[in-house]
Design a protein. Structure first.
Length: 93
């Protein structure tokens, strides 16, 4: 599988966004990546970024969270499954 990371989150609890084999995906700090199957809104409070995916367009768009003003954000259960679609090797810090 080919992983392309569009944004690597820098704060604990925030999510990476990118594409896995050309499909939009979200990854956690442990290297678990999940393919996103619909529209999602991901808030990374540590980076103060909101990532929006319109699945029909297939690319991530970013807004600073001060412009988002507490609009809807999806819970992680929207994309996290029992098993990740891909596990990236992550070097321990």
């Amino acid at each position: 599988m080919k992983l392309v990371v569009s944004h690597r989150a820098t704060h604990p609890g925030d999510w990476h966004v990118g594409h896995l084999d050309g499909r939009p995906a979200v990854g956690d700090q442990q290297g678990n990546w999940y393919v996103v199957t619909g529209d999602v809104v991901v808030h990374n409070p540590g980076d103060r970024l909101v990532w929006v995916l319109k699945h029909e367009y297939g690319h991530w768009e970013c807004v600073h969270d001060m412009h988002w003003q507490d609009q809807y954000v999806d819970p992680p259960s929207r994309w996290v499954k029992d098993q990740p679609d891909f596990v990236e090797k992550v070097e321990p810090r």
